[in-house]
Write a protein that binds this ligand. Sequence first.
Ligand code: HEC
Length: 119
Amino acid sequence: MKTILATIAVLVFVATSWVSAQVVRGNPKEGQAVYEKNCLRCHGEKLDGNGPESRDLIVRPANLQSSIVRSKTDWELLVTISNGVLFSPMHGFRGKLTDQQMLDVLSYIRAVSPADIVS
Ligand code: HEC
């Protein structure tokens, strides 16, 4: 019973921190620096997926300017940045970047490539 309660407490905590992540905006200027250091080599200077290392990858980096990415919610993109994409060179950045840095980089992506939907 104790374990169940502890699990529920953790889930509530995780859920609420994600909810607040949707409200607390990142800083696109800080995010640009995070992007240049961690993402540019694959996703490219123009966020079009043509970074210097992209040619060597079997699974090509996502074009962050595409309508596919624009139509995703902040939540979906954050989960991908945090957890990565299974069986692809896109590894998770949880532990490498702070939550704030992930929010910052997301707001940089949104500044360059605005969302199609309001999330
Ligand atoms: C080693 C290369 C590499 C690096 C570095 C990298 N990515 Fe990726 N990323 C990929 C690949 C490859 C995919 C596409 C996976 C797929 O096709 O499903 C991807 C997918 C994504 C997606 C998902 C797009 C979608 O359609 O849902 C997002 C968002 C993303 N990357 C953001 C980032 C951010 C932000 C960083 C830096 C913090 C980063 N990536 C660093 C290779 C990389």
